[in-house]
Design a protein around this ligand. Sequence first.
Ligand SMILES: [Zn+2]
Length: 275
Amino acid sequence: MIEMPEAKTIARQMDETLTGKTFQHFSRGPLIHKFLWLTKPAEEYDAFLSGRKVTGATSYGRSIYLCVDETHLLWFGELGGRILYYPVGQPLPGKYHLRWDFTDASAMIFSLQMWGFVGLLEKSELRSHPHAEVGIPPLSEGFTQECFDQLLEAYPEKAKKGIKGFMVTSQFINGIGNGYLQDILFRAKIHPQRKIPTITEAERHQLYDAIQATMSQAITLGGREDERDLFDNSGGYRRLMSSQTAGNPCPTCGTMIQKISYLGGACYVCPLCQV
Ligand SMILES: [Zn+2]
């Protein structure tokens, strides 16, 4: 799934590459996916977008916003898959779910994995939309240690669920998914099942620092290696704790990295370093 570092990378590339282009045509591709959500019928996307210009791209947490004229947005919400740009002359693949053609004969496609949301809406509708992004992104101005501590306190399930629940399912923080979470918890030396009331003040600082360090490093490296950018390049961030490293020695202490299932998705932990 696209998390904040991938969203920032793709948004920056869209801004640099697509700004100034004019949409010629929008269409669904040859593949159908029941977990791909649009906010209107595809024909309405095509009728609206044709002849309109890309005026920039931004991101917020895990969402990417491609600006259409001054008034509208294409909103790539919570999604997994590839958003790929095809310059003039580069043949498109045979299989994809959505396609945008530009008047200069370049194109962009979206191939979905898991699920995804691609909305077309007015900028003014964004915050009031039922799927509006909530939560604060790491590295944003308001995401201070104090803010983080307050959110931990406010988590209604803090006595029932481990820290993983707060980090990826509570919607308090926007942009961290199960992928980067593994490295964040490893760097903070905290086990995903650890309950918030047992986390000490010093550990809260370790956790906050691990979030900021992991996210900024991943953004600098263009996302993680198992995701692709707009040009189909892998990111440069190699995860310490993942399916690729399970069974290998922990980089700190040499204990074998374990895979456990917890709250809908695998976790990778060092049973000695993470308590
Ligand atoms: Zn270890």
